[in-house]
Design a protein around this ligand. Structure first.
Ligand code: LLP
Length: 435
């Protein structure tokens, strides 16, 4: 009945996730509440890992893209499941360090890593730094020289393939703040190969997010391999690793046609294998960076319904006790969601409602004109597929504390991120002595 894999209806006609009754969770932990199904997170990790074994004989590594959802408990799960991680900031790196995540499986990304972030990464011996531009390459070499270290780097290249949710295109010149244009790439490799404290390992690309098609991956993989061949021919530089990024799409609403995750790896692997055999080059070590596909569907958000306002002939607004502070994706992208009433889980969907948050912002919606069951004041509303880019993009706008995150497994729910309280809200405020 539900489009979401993480939830089912239990004998009390309540929604259940990870064996936990959502109405009980709302009572015990309060709302809004992020709930994540540990089993589904682990299952998704294994789908990717097994696909690497199946299609590449284990010649690859899955790096979870931390930006989708980063917390110490999450890194513990990823470690247990044998994944690596991609981090894009000192904060994500610090969280991984504190969680005891093995640093050799950390890949550090970002278009403007600061000198202190680079130093932190080098001090902690992260596996790779994925270089975004020439300035950064020089910074890394200088910092590494000062510490008498050699840093393994990969380079973010723009393959000129741009993928959107339902379409993709190949453009000559990609207008993006990330990475190095194909035309400029030789220069940076030439420089890098002369640097004493740099070890070139690979190339990286990331073509977009929430991609529900295989074609753009095949095209990007081919373009990157063509570049690798040119690198070898022109500069004698042989890359050992090809990182094809993330972006594998999930099902948010019934119209979304999700592709089984392993199929992306199958398509990428087939492209790699046939290209390499045709061109007589060694198959590189393959890296992937799934974020949303690991955690997206595994998370739901529970809200308590507050005021309901019907504007006759126009729209019915159902307000919940959260909103763009815990889920800014409608406000940012016009993203669409599906959901259910957790305390009457089998209620049929009978009317269109607009679910609104509590912020002073008209765009503060969870969804516009969503087909939902009849909703009443006090109901517990569950919004599906909020595990990726919800908590990680949450804010304290209007001084609203962030919700807790609980991890549900086998009927047990454990808090993995505490709910913020009003003291957290004023934690960094200072009233200067002369005020
Ligand atoms: N690798 C790189 C270099 C990335 O920039 C990203 C996402 C990923 C991997 C993971 O992509 P995923 O598998 O999660 O699609 N805030 C947006 C998504 C931004 C994605 C940014 N980069 C959203 O809420 O849809």
């Amino acid at each position: 009945m539900f489009i979401n894999e993480a939830v089912r209806i239990n004998s009390a006609n309540h929604l259940e996730i990870g064996g936990c009754d959502c109405v009980d969770l709302a009572k015990e932990f309060g709302t809004p509440l992020y709930v994540m199904d540990e089993g589904l997170i682990r299952k998704n990790c294994r789908i990717f890992r097994n696909a690497i074994d199946e299609y590449l004989n284990g010649n690859g590594l899955v790096l979870y893209a931390s930006k989708a959802f980063s917390s110490m408990a999450m890194y513990r799960i990823l470690h247990q499941e044998g994944l690596g991680i991609d981090v894009v900031s000192g904060g994500e790196l610090y969280t991984a360090l504190k969680a005891g995540f093995p640093m050799e499986r950390v890949y550090f990304h970002g278009n403007n890593k600061t000198v202190s972030e680079l130093a932190m990464a080098i001090d902690n011996n992260v596996g790779r730094i994925v270089v975004d531009n020439m300035q950064e390459l020089c910074n890394i070499n200088k910092i590494a020289a000062g510490k008498n270290k050699t840093v393994s780097v990969s380079f973010r290249i723009k393959p000129g393939v741009e993928a959107h949710t339902y379409e993709f295109c190949k453009t000559g010149q990609t207008d993006s703040k990330f990475g190095i244009d194909l035309e400029d790439a030789f220069e940076i490799f030439e420089e890098a190969s002369l640097m004493k404290n740099i070890r070139i390992t690979g190339i990286h690309c990331h073509i977009g997010s929430q991609i529900l098609s295989l074609e753009p991956y095949k095209l990007a993989t081919e373009t990157m391999l063509e570049f690798a061949v040119l690198l070898k021919d022109k500069l004698g530089v042989e890359i050992q690793e090809l990182n094809v990024g993330g972006g594998f799409g999930i099902k948010y609403v019934s119209e979304d046609v999700q592709i089984d995750f392993h199929k992306y790896i199958e398509a990428i692997s087939e492209t790699v294998k046939s290209f390499c055999s045709q061109n007589g080059i060694k198959v590189p070590f393959i890296l992937l960076e799934p974020g949303r596909s690991i955690v997206g569907a595994a998370g739901i958000t529970l809200y308590t319904v507050g005021n309901i306002k019907e504007i006759k002939g126009i729209r019915k607004y159902v307000s919940v006790d959260g909103g763009m502070t815990d889920n800014p994706r409608y406000a940012l992208y016009g993203a669409k969601y599906d959901g259910a009433v957790a305390n009457r889980a089998d209620a049929p969907k009978v009317e269109k409602v607009t679910i609104a948050g509590k912020c002073c912002e008209s765009g503060d919606l969870i969804g516009k004109d969503m087909l939902m069951p009849k909703i009443e004041v006090g109901d517990i509303l569950a919004i599906f597929a909020t595990g990726a880019y919800n908590y990680s993009m949450s804010s304290n706008y209007n001084r609203i504390p962030r919700p807790a995150v609980v991890l549900a497994r086998d009927g047990k729910a454990r808090v993995i991120v505490k709910r913020e309280d009003y003291n957290d809200i004023i934690r960094n405020d200072i009233i200067p002595g002369d005020l």
